[in-house]
Structure formats: structure tokens, C-alpha cells
Design a protein around this ligand. Sequence first.
Ligand code: PLP
Length: 464
Amino acid sequence: MRYISTRGGGAPRRFSEILLDGLAPDGGLYVPECLPVIGKDTLRRWRGLSYPDLALEILSLFADDIQADDLARIVRATYTAQVFGDAAITPVLTLEPGIHLLRLSNGPTLAFKDIAMQLLGRLFERALAENGERLNILGATSGDTGSAAEYAMRLRRGISVYMLSPDGRMSPFQRAQMYGLSDPNIHNIAVEGDFDTCQALVKRVSADAAFKQNHRIGTVNSINWARVAAQIVYYFKAWAAVATDPDEPVSFAVPSGNFGNICAGHIARQMGLPVDRLILATNENDVLDEFFRTGQYRPRGLAEATSSPSMDISRASNLERFVFDMVGRDPAELRHLFGQGSFDLAGTPWFEAIDRFGIVSGSSTHQDRLTTIRMAWARWGIEIDPHTADGIKVGLERRPASGTLICLETALPAKFESVMVEALGRKPARPSGFAAIEDMPQHVTVLPADLERLMDYIETHDRD
Ligand SMILES: *Cc1c(COP(=O)(O)O)cnc(C)c1O
């Protein structure tokens, strides 16, 4: 398997060569040159596989330049009941006949990002050891991404993490989760400013080519191809868990921000997984819903702060992978569209034919979130988090008249206590082991929003 940039630049590269990269050098995103197509017989065989066995089948198609026994060792070490709290890794809970919840949030940080990030930690470690290199991961987070990255990288050799978070703006639970880590390779930096301030600092450090190279600065953002690849697995696994015959199509409802999670669903469908609809849900930050309803892509200046904060994005960084397929994989067209920043495909043959991809969309508000959380408790007796609520709300609205719906649970309610109290009048249940995490000692350095001070900090600790 070889990977090309959506914007057509550079020679095709292998999985290991793009593993540590974000954007391609020409500013595009890496995508497979052509996708493997999974035939009916293989699908039938895959139905009986355990999560690690299925992950190995799928990932060896995409990472075919990693030695088979190395990949097997990494996949088996990643997807264990010990790390994910359940031997099924992503168990499916039937809510009522025809409606299921795909539980993706039982990893170390209680959000679906653990599923890809835990694998990434081990893949990175192996790649760095092979080349005798080190990597300093620099990132900005408003919550889920930062903690998933830290928990994935904390025991990994050759890797340090410098994670910027907005001082005083994360929930007490999220702060305790991140700042509670005492590993010497994990650096929590609380920046005096908001999330955009943090992100701007990361961009400015990365723009300093000499500094970036001297200190081997890398990222783990959602455009990383390996993260998308790892997420393809649970679409196949969920289908296998609920479909009663091998041809039965299912629909998925996916709470979306950067289009990472649902991009994996799109690829699974292109590979031949029987998917009817992929139902995309946004919150008030509806740049993706607008695109799928109207054909207009209009990134916003700033994201609005909402009660499903992990979906508060102003531009959807992975959408380019979908638009590439939509315009018939024409890199010149892609360069033209994304070069403009915003664009309008309404009335084009591509938008007229968008139904062939099965994606439909809708959005949700704070009030919808509260109503859906209450409905889920009254109707099914379960507590769902605000992001999962966005997905279920739009999923129920947009699902086909008949057929099975699988709603993706992207986080546990314990992470978002104040919204849960507002909806249900009580604090949500906490998984065992998380009871008193706010009382643990916290490790964090507060820095002003100052580029020099941040670079000094990295410089000092990179020598340790
Ligand atoms: C990251 C995240 C999302 C959005 O996922 P994308 O891949 O960015 O679309 C949704 N819900 C939760 C809880 C998240 O952490």
C-alpha cells in the first residue's frame, strides 16, 4: 500500500514513512493510493474474529511495510481487556430492537480517542527505536486529545509530550486526569489564555524550522493517517456484532468535530462494509452539517464554546480526505478548492451525486443535549455524555425508515459532570479507579502566552 497527498505533490510513500507526519509537505493529507476492497467471503470470515485479530487483519492491509510479527505484537499489546476494560474492546449495547450503542469510551481517558492513540504510542515507539531517534510531541488541547495523547505516550521510550492547555478552563475532572500524571516524559503546560492561544503558540513553534528540527518537534493531531486507520476497525467490529446476516446494512450515528471518526466510517464503507447511512452530528459549530446540507464549506473564524466541547471546531481538518473522493480524486481540483479556503459545491455534478457516499447530517443545541440525555435515561436507563447525545439526537432524526442504527459513544458522562447535573440533577456514575482523582497531586507548569518562555521550557527539558 502506498500513500499519496490529496494535493498531488511528492512521490507516493509507505505507511512507516508517513507514520510520524501530519500534513504532507504540499499541505495536503495522506490517503491510500487505492483502497483494499473486502469481498463477501472475507467479511463473513471477519465476523467471527476477536478485536485484536480483526485489527490485525485490517491494519496489515494499511501498514504492510511493518513486519507481520512486529505488527501482531503491537496490536495484541494494545487491545487488551486490561487497557480497555472489556475483552470485546468496543462492546455493543442494545438499547432497544434496532438501536445500539457502540461503546468506544472505556480506555484510560474515557473517550474514543484512546482507541487510536494507544496504538499510535506503540507504533511511534517502534519507529523511533528502529531509526535511533527521539520525538518531542507538542500539542494544544481543550481536553480529550491531550489526555489521550499523554496516556498513550507516558510509558513509551524515546517520546516526550509537551501539552498546552488553557489555564483554568478545563473541567476539574479533565485537569485531574492530565495533571495527575507524574511520568518524567509528560509535560503539562497551562497557558494563560484560551484554547486558541495555545494552538497559536504550537503553530508558531512549528513555524520555526530550525527549532523544530533541533528539538525534533512532532504532533499527534487528528489528520495523522494512522489514527484514521485504527478507527476503521471498530466500524467492522460493530457491524459484525449486530448484523444478523452477512449482507445486512447498518447505519452509524457519529458525533463529529474534525471529521476524523466519521472519515474512518467513510473508508470502511468504501472498502465494502455494508453501511447504509453515515449520520454526521455536529453541535452549534455546524460547519460540517452546513457542508453536507448545502455544498458550502465555510470555515469559521473562531469556534463557539458549547456543552459538547470536544466538537467545538471552526474548520474540519479531515474533510479534505472526503472531498478528495467526492471530486473523483482529482488533486488539481483539491488544490483549487482548499486553496480558496472556503468553497461552494452546490449545483456541481459532485454535489448532485453526494448521495452515493451515504452521508447525511444534522446539528444539535444545548437544549437538545439536555433533552436527549434525559430521554436516554428515561427510555433506556443509561447515562450518556453530551457528545454521544448529539449523535443520538441526529441519529434518531436522520436514520432510514427501516434498518439497524448504531450510535457511537465517544466519551463517558463522568468527564462532563456539570452538564450531567444540569440534565439529570445528579452527578454521573464514575468508573472504578476514578472516584477521587481530583485529590491526587497534580503536575503542571503555568506559563504566560509567550513564545520565548515556551521555547525555553522545551529547550531546558529536552536536554534532560
Ligand atoms: C474528538 C471528539 C469528537 C469529535 O471527533 P472527530 O474525529 O474530531 O470528528 C467527538 N466526541 C468526543 C468526546 C471527542 O473527544
